[in-house]
Design a protein around this ligand. Structure first.
Ligand code: ADE
Length: 237
């Protein structure tokens, strides 16, 4: 069984998972604490990356280089980009792209990273399936969507900004780390999936909704990630 790297941006997002883990060692690198041990009998390394794409990309690479992880899971909360996706619902990534990447002046599509030949990074189909099943088991009353996660170094909290991002990305939710982790996974040729619970609607009420619903949203992802990890086969797939 290969090790699974689990990344959350904020302490709140990893605290409950940390409690449920049997921690064997804690390694500090790049000002991040990596908790290595087991969760539901599976080998994992859990880490708080810090917020934003640079922190997330760095963190993912350390998980690959130092801990030799076989897959990357990014969990946490996000702002909804679709009317039908409500606070508390879950979005599992079909793929991820950076909404703040823009080299259109050189003829690239908006969001496309120059010279990488890809606009968005597709998540792993097996991991998506496992996340869906885990979610149906952990949170049968919660709506689960599989769709594009869009990432930028920006907390989206204005209707006009949300609508603009949603219009061209066709994203389901917006957050600040997922696509960086997806890109690191792609470059290292390992599978990834992003699992996010909605804490706000990325509009003018986002900064008020966020603190109100943060804990509830996190609780949803924690239950899901725990069950997800238990679905990883003893032997690598
Ligand atoms: N994470 C949670 N809500 C968010 C939002 N509205 N924008 C960016 N990241 C978020």
């Amino acid at each position: 069984m290969g090790r699974t790297g689990i990344i959350g941006a904020m302490e709140e997002e990893i605290a409950l998972l940390k409690e449920k883990m049997d921690i064997e060692v804690v390694v500090k690198k790049a000002s991040m604490e990596f908790y290595q041990g087991t969760l539901n009998g599976r080998e994992v390394v859990l880490v708080r990356s810090g917020i934003g794409k640079v922190n997330a990309g760095l963190c993912a690479q350390i998980l690959v280089d130092v801990f030799n992880v076989s897959r990357l899971i990014n969990t946490g909360i996000a702002g909804s980009l679709k009317a039908e996706i409500d606070i508390g619902d879950i979005v599992i990534s079909s793929d991820a792209l950076q909404h703040d990447m823009d080299a259109r002046s050189f003829g690239y599509a908006r969001g496309e990273i120059p010279r990488m030949g890809t606009l968005s990074f597709p998540a792993d189909q097996t991991l998506i399936g496992m996340a869906k099943e885990a979610c149906e088991e952990a949170n049968p009353d919660i709506h689960v969507f599989v769709g594009r996660v869009v990432t930028g170094d920006q907390f989206v909290a204005e209707r006009s900004v949300k609508e603009e991002i949603a219009s061209w990305t066709e994203g389901y939710c917006t957050e600040m780390e997922g696509a960086a982790i997806a890109q690191a996974a792609y470059l290292n040729r390992i599978p990834f999936v992003i699992i996010r619970a909605i804490s706000d609607k990325a509009d003018d009420s986002a900064s008020m909704d966020y603190p109100t619903f943060e804990q509830q949203a996190i609780a949803h992802t924690v239950k899901l990630v725990e069950r997800f990890i238990a679905r990883i086969p003893e032997k690598d797939f």
